[in-house]
Ligand binder design. Structure first.
Ligand SMILES: Cc1ncc(COP(=O)(O)O)c(C=O)c1O
Ligand SMILES: N[C@@H](CCOP(=O)(O)O)C(=O)O
Length: 528
C-alpha cells in the first residue's frame, strides 16, 4: 500500500535536503560528507538556519530559547531518510508495504510486520559518520537527542517531527562491569551487565514506548482515529505505556492478569492515571483480549506485536556497541517472554553491521524460565513445529508467557546470530539473582534467568573465561522486592535458598549485640 497523501505531502517533499547538507548545499542527492570528530560539541546533523549571535561569555548563559523543544524547533534540519512497514521476513519480491502513519499491526497474510528503513539512503554515509554522529549526542540535553533512543533518530523514526516526540531521555543506561560476580562465580574477567532496568519506569520497555507513544501523538495530530492506547501486560509494558501516555496527555488502557504481577508494577499504571483492568486470566489470555478489543475500538495496540516498539528497543544493542567504543562483544544474553526484545537486539546489531559501524554481530542467547519455556522447547526440538505452552507460575513473572507473539522474530534472530536458547528452574534463577545481589547488584528475577543461562554455558565450556559477555538486565530489582523477601526468609517451598541472608534478631542490650558481632567478625576473619 502506498504512503497516505498527508504522509507524502508533508514529509517526502522533493525539496527536502539530505540530513548532512550545509545551508548552502541544496542538492538532495549529495553523497559526499565531512566526517565528524567524536569530540564535536554541537549536533553535526542539525543546521541552524541563522546561528545565534554569540557573546564572549555565551557559554555561561542559559539557552536563549524558551525551552529545549523550542530550541530544537528552530534547529530543525531536513533529511531524506524514511521507513515503512513491510511483512516480516518477506519474500524479496513482495511489494506489500504501509506508511507508518497507517494503523496496521499485521500483514495481509496475517503475519508479523517489520519497520524497514531506506537502507540506500542511510548507506550514503559510512560507518565512521554514524559512529561519530551517535557519539556526539551522548550526555547532552539537546531535544530529542539527549535520549539514548532518539540519539539514533535517523535509524528509529526518521520522519517524526521533534515536536511530536514524547521522551523521558530514556536509554543511555549503565553498562556495568560485573567484576566481582564474574571472577567469584564464573572465573570470567570480561563480564558486563547492561542495566536496561535503571530507567524511567524501571524496565527496558521505556525504549520502545517512547517511540510508540510519539507516533501515537503524531497520529492524533493527524486526526487518525486513536482515542487511547492499550496493552496486555505482565507489568512492565503497562508501566511504561501509562507513564509515556500520561506525559503526553493521552488516555491509556491496560489489561493485567489478576494477581500475577508485583505490587510495584500494579501501582505504576494506577499512579499514572491509566484505566486498569485486572482480568481473571493469564498474560496470554489478556493478550488475546487486547488484540480483539483493538480491532473493534479506536484503541492503538502498544504491545510488541506492534513493530514500532522494537525500533526503540533495538537501540540498546547499538548503545552496547557504542559503550564498548564500537568493539563487538562475543555474547549477549537476553531473558525472553513475548520475544520481541531478542529480535530487537538482533536488529540493532545487524543494522550496525550492515551500515559499516562494526564488522560482525555477537552470538545471542535467549533465556527462559523452565515454567514458561515454549522457545526453549522449540529450540530443543531442532526448530520443528512450534507449540505454545500453558505458562506456569514463576518468580520471573514478567516472562510468564506461553504463547509469545514474536516467536517467528525470535527464531529468525537466533538462527541468524548462531544463537542458543537456555532455561532456568525457579531455584536456579533465584540463586543466580541472590548471588548477583551479593556482589553489589540488585537485579530482577528475569536477569536471574539470564545469569543462569550464563552459568550453564560457562559450565559446558560454550562460553569461555575470557569471552566478552553482556547479560541484559531487563527490569529494576526494586520492582520485585517480594521475591527477594521470600528468598531471604528461606520460606519458599522446595527451595534451599542457599544464598539467603536473613536479618539476625538480637536483644536490645550491649552484651548481646557484642556477642553476635564478635561471632560475625570471627567468621569473616577465618575466610580472609
Ligand atoms: C522484566 C522483563 N524481562 C524480560 C521480558 C521479556 O521481553 P520480551 O517479551 O520482549 O521477550 C519482559 C517482558 O516480556 C520483562 O518485562
Ligand atoms: N513483559 C511484558 C509482556 C508483554 O510484552 P510486550 O513487549 O509484547 O509488550 C510486560 O511487561 O507486559
Amino acid at each position: 500500500m502506498a504512503a497516505s497523501p498527508i504522509f507524502r505531502s508533508s514529509l517526502l517533499s522533493p525539496q527536502l535536503l539530505p540530513y548532512h547538507s550545509s545551508t548552502t548545499d541544496k542538492s538532495p542527492s549529495t553523497a559526499h560528507f565531512t566526517p565528524i570528530k567524536a569530540t564535536t560539541s554541537s549536533d553535526p546533523a542539525t543546521t541552524p538556519p541563522s546561528p545565534a549571535p554569540q557573546s564572549s561569555n555565551h557559554l555561561k548563559h542559559r539557552r536563549s530559547a524558551d525551552n529545549i523543544r523550542d530550541e530544537a524547533r528552530r534547529h530543525n534540519a531536513a533529511h531524506n531518510f524514511s521507513a515503512k512497514y513491510v511483512p516480516f521476513n518477506a519474500d524479496p519480491t513482495s511489494t506489500e508495504s504501509y506508511s507508518l502513519d497507517e494503523i496496521v499491526y499485521r500483514s495481509r497474510s496475517g503475519g508479523l510486520l517489520d519497520v524497514q528503513h531506506d537502507m540506500d539512503a542511510l548507506k550514503k554515509f559510512d560507518g565512521q559518520y554514524w559512529r561519530s554522529l551517535f557519539d556526539s549526542r551522548v550526555g547532552k540535553t539537546t531535544w530529542p537527542y539527549g535520549s539514548g533512543v532518539w540519539s539514533k533518530k535517523e535509524w528509529v523514526l526518521p520522519e517524526i517531527d521533534g515536536d511530536d516526540i514524547v521522551s523521558a531521555f530514556e536509554g543511555n543506561s549503565n553498562l556495568f562491569w560485573a567484576e566481582r560476580f564474574g571472577k567469584q562465580f564464573l572465573g570470567m574477567n570480561d563480564l558486563w551487565v547492561k542495566h536496561c532496568g535503571i530507567s524511567h519506569t524501571g524496565s527496558f520497555k521505556d525504549l520502545g514506548m517512547t517511540v510508540l507513544v510519539s507516533q501515537v501523538n503524531r497520529l492524533r495530530k493527524l486526526n487518525r482515529p486513536v482515542v487511547g492506547v492499550g496493552c496486555a501486560s505482565t507489568g512492565d509494558t503497562s508501566a511504561a505505556l501509562s507513564a509515556y501516555c500520561a506525559a503526553a496527555g493521552i488516555p491509556s488502557i491496560v489489561f493485567l492478569p489478576a494477581n500475577r504481577i508485583s505490587i510495584a508494577q500494579l501501582v505504576q499504571p494506577i499512579a499514572n492515571g491509566a484505566f486498569v483492568l485486572s482480568i481473571d486470566t493469564d498474560f496470554d489470555g489478556c493478550m488475546q483480549l487486547i488484540r480483539e478489543v483493538t480491532s473493534e475500538l479506536p484503541i492503538y495496540l502498544a504491545n510488541s506485536l506492534n513493530s514500532l516498539r522494537l525500533e526503540g528497543q533495538k537501540t540498546a544493542a547499538i548503545e552496547i556497541l557504542q559503550q564498548f567504543d564500537w568493539e563487538v562483544p562475543d555474547w549477549v544474553i537476553v531473558p525472553g517472554g513475548n520475544l520481541g526484545n531478542i529480535y530487537a537486539f538482533y536488529k540493532g546489531f545487524h543494522m550496525c553491521k550492515e551500515l559499516g559501524l562494526v564488522d560482525r554481530i555477537p552470538r545471542l542467547v535467549c533465556a527462559q524460565a523452565s515454567n514458561a519455556n515454549p522457545l526453549y522447547l522449540h529450540y530443543k526440538s531442532g526448530w520443528k513445529d512450534f507449540k505454545p505452552v500453558k505458562a506456569g507460575t514463576t518468580f520471573a513473572s514478567a516472562i510468564q508467557i506461553g504463547d509469545p507473539v514474536s516467536i517467528d522474530r525470535a527464531v529468525f534472530a537466533l538462527k541468524n546470530s548462531n544463537g542458543i536458547v537456555e532455561e532456568a528452574t525457579e531455584e536456579e534463577l533465584m540463586d543466580a539473582m541472590a548471588q548477583a545481589d551479593s556482589t553489589g547488584m540488585f537485579i530482577c528475577p528475569h536477569t536471574g534467568v539470564a545469569l543462569t543461562a550464563l552459568f550453564k554455558l560457562r559450565q559446558s565450556g560454550v562460553i569461555g573465561p575470557t569471552d566478552r559477555t553482556v547479560v541484559v538486565s531487563t527490569a529494576h530489582g526494586l520492582k520485585f522486592t517480594q521475591s527477594k523477601v521470600d528468598y531471604h526468609s528461606g520460606e519458599i517451598k522446595d527451595m534451599a535458598c542457599r544464598f539467603a541472608n536473613p536479618p539476625v534478631q538480637v536483644k536490645a542490650d550491649f552484651g548481646s549485640v557484642m556477642d553476635v558481632l564478635k561471632n560475625y567478625l570471627m567468621s569473616k576473619e577465618s575466610k580472609h
